[in-house]
Design a binder for this molecule. Sequence first.
Ligand SMILES: *[C@@H]1O[C@H](CO)[C@@H](O)[C@H](O)[C@H]1NC(C)=O
Ligand SMILES: *[C@@H]1O[C@H](CO)[C@@H](O)[C@H](O)[C@H]1NC(C)=O
Length: 284
Amino acid sequence: MSRLVWIILVTIICGATSLYEEEEKELIFLQFVFRNGFSAPQQLYPNDPNEPRRWEDGLGELTLEGRKQMFALGKELRKRYKNFITANPREITMQAAVHPKNKRSGLSLLASLYAPTDFWEFMPGLPWQPIPIFYISAREDKVLSPLHNCPTVVERMEKLVDLYGTDTVLDMYKQQLKFWSLNSGISIQNWNDVVSLHRILYAEKAYNHTIPNWVQKYWTELECLNDYAYKINFNDPKILKVVGGPILWHLVNSAVDKTNGDFNHTKVMAYSGVSKSLYSENYF
Ligand SMILES: *[C@@H]1O[C@H](CO)[C@@H](O)[C@H](O)[C@H]1NC(C)=O
Ligand SMILES: *[C@@H]1O[C@H](CO)[C@@H](O)[C@H](O)[C@H]1NC(C)=O
């Protein structure tokens, strides 16, 4: 689950009087949501043989691979919507979560989605044009950073993590938890610790950093538990409502506003979000 999953929601509005008559349908508005591209882990583990400086962009930041992924995604979308999208930057509004990796993901995607055609080229030969990205502080951003402004949900998630911590699945893996703790130097006690260790090792593997032999021994188990941890964090209606609700509400409302003649120049709305709010959509 923590692998590079793109979740794209595309809202197509029909300008036709009847939704059932194919030939009258016309695309007038496109909305899509995506998470950041590949990013470096937030931290390394205590016994990590790798140096943090191997992540040139910094820990927790979007990597070169991540920027290439976003650029490729923008290119693909431009191809898919070639009859709808022009190169006029006025027609797109992009909103990003406040973290630099989300802003840079958005910019990398715009670099290809809105690469300038002749008229929009402002430096001859430069296949790029400046396009603004909007963001607000995480504390205020219910749509793209929902966990920051609802302490109750964070608390509830912690409770769930505790609740399912002992005497359930984790208990069956006691031996592995001990093995990972001893070898990594992180004390692996609950689901979130499992996710943290997996996140680091997964990124280091993908980037061909040094992987000690012990990692391979229970790798399949670590991957399974990591996937299961997301279920535990999100398989709860109250959490889903707060974490995934605002973005769905926002998408639907923007679509309604558009049909009512608001933001006439905007044809595309793009949201560069954090993975947690997007994962939650899987559970609706
Ligand atoms: C890691 O190594 C594999 C296999 O040699 C290669 O395909 C991949 O591009 C490398 N990854 C990075 C990020 O350099
Ligand atoms: C947007 O376009 C619609 C239809 O062309 C028009 O009725 C409406 O007045 C326009 N709204 C604005 C704010 O320009």
